[in-house]
Structures are given as structure tokens and as C-alpha cells.
Design a protein around this ligand. Structure first.
Ligand code: XIL
Length: 364
């Protein structure tokens, strides 16, 4: 492989539950050291764990994680510095519980980034500096005629996510985050990372943002596509278009959190009441005990097809990271539907390679 092949470790992926990484299964760590050359901490470098109270940093788990990575010769990806999720409660508020001012939040961000990036200076190759700053929604498209039923047609539009970062600091929180990270480690490669990047509106917005940052001289070196995918998403053409759009900014693309779940989409589940949820649960969880071979083969084919795209674009892609090792520990267990597991990864619950794993081996 020309690109780095990464995985993620450090959490059992359930309900934000935090698990001390080195107590993880030894079999899992052996697979990591054998099969991958790069790694991301799935949770333990997120702000809520690193700085649970203002000015109180806890690096015990992160240090232990780094030691494992370095012993195993793995390049490390730091994840994530500025995000709206998994942030500590104190971050956006003052002692009285009111929102902090722009100046205070910038200073908190600066201090967090300098402390964390500075601690691992020279040892972390990539940082996900800003995560998920772009959101999308459907709006009426006035330029299109009414549909057959006489309803207006809609289109998806992208915009900066309405997070406390944006509300309190404004759009420039993004460039400030990159500047602070670069000050703390000038050698680290700094990424913008987001999901649904195979979506046209979102990826175009992201590319525009990147161009704007580069034009201002902001130190940004790559864009990450999270890639939490399904058997039917994305289409191969969509994926190729997205890579083209991002690569045209001149930045390298990384696939940062790849997993391909085999379950049907659960969109109806979210809005359903308790009774409907009960009905849906069985329907949405068809493989509760064992997963049929044909489904595993279909998944293998999807993995093969997306990797074919990655290889074809290897001059633009510097890393592909799968979001976990084995179906035993994946965040796609119990989420979004309790009791269902999406079997999204390359190794099964007993750490044996799945058809998807074999599908990725290079033909001789
Ligand atoms: C997920 C972890 O996998 C889970 O263990 C945790 O409970 C929630 O976060 N986008 C990201 C990742 O950038 O940090 C998220 O990871 C998945 C979505």
C-alpha cells in the first residue's frame, strides 16, 4: 500500500463508555501490531477525557496509549482537538453558568491545544484539529418546478454547524484552532475532518472552506472523510467525485474512520414511539445471533470496491483508517438501535479475519 493503513483503539464504543485502553484484549492488540502501521485513539484524546476540569489535565491513558503505539511502531493520529461533542461540561460556561465571552473561549481553546499538542510534539504525525464543523439540511429549491404531487422540490444545503464554538467565537474559531496547533507542533500535519463527505453539498462546502483557509495562509495540510458507511452508501461515483473535489484544493485526503455496517438504515427508528420502536427492533436487527455468509460477502465486495477507488487515487490519499479492529468492539454496536450490531469491521468477534479482510489483500 502506498498510503498508511490505520485502525482505532481505546474504547469499547458503547454509550460513550470509557475503557482503559491497555486492558483491552491482548488478541486485539496483536492484530493491531501485525496488520496496521497507524493508529487513532477512538476516544481517549477527546477533550472531555484530557481536560475534565478547567486546567486539570489527565494524560494517564493517553500516555499509555502512546507507549503502546511507539513500542509497536505505529504512526499516531491525534483525535480530536476542537469538536462540539465529547467536550467537558465546563468548557462553554463561566462559574455562574452563563456562556463565556469570545476572548475566554479562545483562551481556553488555545490553552487546551497548546498543552495537548505540545505534550506529544514530534510524536503525533497527524492531528484532527477541527472535527464536524459543517452541517447540512434540506431546503426548498425555488429554481425547480413542483413535483408530480404539486409539492416544492428540495435540495440539501451545507453551512457552518451551529455549535457553541461558532456561537461564541464566530467562524474564525476554525482558523484559530489550526494556528494554535501549528504553534504547538510545527511538524504535525493538521487535518479538517468530517462525515457525509460523499454528500455533494457538504463536500463542496468543505472544499470552499479549505480554499478560504489556504488563501489566508492558515496551516492546514489535509482533509479527512470519516467514512461511516453502509452496504448501499456511498455509490462509487459519489465517492470518486468527492475525492476529486477535495483533491482539487491541493490538500491530501485521508479516510479517517472507515466502517461499513451491514444493517438497514434506522432513520424511522429515531422518530418512532416506544411501540413502533419495539416492532422496528426485530426488523432492523436481522442478524442478532449470526450473520449469513452472503451478507459478509456483500460487505467484502463493498470494501473491495471502495479500496479500489482509494488505490486508484493513491497520489491524493495519504491514509486509510478503519474505525476499530473487531466486530466485538465497535461503536456500531447498540447504536443507534439498542441490541443490534452492524458487524462493520474487518475482523470478527473472535479476532479472525472476515471476507472483507481477504478482499483487501493485493492480488499477486
Ligand atoms: C465515537 C466512538 O467510536 C464511540 O466510542 C464514542 O462513544 C462516540 O464517538 N465521529 C468521530 C468519532 O469523529 O470521534 C466518533 O467516535 C464517531 C463519529
Amino acid at each position: 500500500e502506498d498510503f498508511l493503513m490505520g485502525t482505532a483503539l481505546g474504547s469499547r464504543g458503547v454509550n460513550h463508555q470509557y475503557v482503559y485502553p491497555m486492558r483491552q484484549n491482548k488478541k486485539e492488540r496483536d492484530v493491531v501490531a501485525r496488520e496496521f502501521n497507524c493508529i487513532t485513539a477512538e476516544n481517549l484524546m477527546k477533550m472531555e477525557y484530557l481536560q475534565p476540569k478547567e486546567g486539570f489535565f489527565n494524560f494517564d491513558q493517553a500516555d499509555e496509549f502512546m507507549a503502546f503505539c511507539e513500542e509497536s511502531g505505529l504512526a499516531v493520529v491525534g483525535h480530536a482537538l476542537v469538536w462540539h461533542s465529547q467536550t467537558p461540561d465546563w468548557l462553554f460556561k463561566d462559574d455562574a453558568g452563563n456562556p463565556v465571552t469570545r476572548e475566554v473561549l479562545i483562551e481556553r481553546m488555545r490553552n487546551h491545544i497548546h498543552t495537548v499538542v505540545g505534550r506529544y510534539k514530534g510524536r503525533i504525525k497527524y492531528w484532527d484539529v477541527v472535527n464536524e464543523a459543517i452541517d447540512t439540511k434540506m431546503v426548498v429549491d425555488e429554481s425547480l418546478p413542483l413535483d408530480e404531487e404539486g409539492n416544492p422540490q428540495k435540495k440539501r444545503v451545507a453551512f457552518y454547524r451551529d455549535s457553541p464554538w461558532l456561537q461564541i467565537i464566530g467562524e474564525d474559531y476554525i482558523e484559530l484552532a489550526f494556528r494554535f496547533a501549528h504553534e504547538a507542533d510545527p511538524e504535525a500535519r493538521l487535518l479538517y475532518n468530517d462525515y457525509s463527505m460523499a454528500n455533494r453539498a457538504k463536500v463542496e462546502f468543505a472544499a470552499g472552506m479549505v480554499r478560504g483557509l489556504k488563501a489566508k495562509g492558515v496551516p492546514i495540510h489535509g482533509v479527512g472523510m470519516q467514512a461511516h458507511w453502509q452496504l448501499d452508501y456511498p455509490e462509487i461515483e459519489q465517492l470518486q467525485d468527492s475525492i476529486d473535489i477535495l483533491a482539487a484544493t491541493g490538500l491530501k485526503v485521508s479516510i479517517t474512520e472507515l466502517d461499513i455496517g451491514v444493517l438497514p438504515r434506522a432513520s424511522e427508528y429515531h422518530g418512532a414511539d416506544v411501540n413502533r420502536r419495539e416492532e422496528l427492533r426485530a426488523e432492523l436487527n436481522p442478524y442478532s445471533n449470526s450473520i449469513p455468509m452472503e451478507v459478509l460477502n456483500e460487505q467484502a465486495e463493498k470494501y473491495r470496491a471502495v479500496f479500489e477507488v482509494f488505490r486508484k487515487n493513491s497520489e491524493h490519499i495519504e491514509r486509510v483508517t478503519v474505525w476499530g479492529v473487531s466486530d466485538r468492539y465497535t461503536w456500531k454496536a447498540n447504536w443507534p438501535v439498542p441490541g443490534r450490531t452492524a458487524y462493520p469491521l474487518l475482523f470478527d468477534r473472535n479476532f479472525q479475519p472476515k471476507p472483507a479482510y481477504y478482499a483487501l489483500q493485493k492480488p499477486n
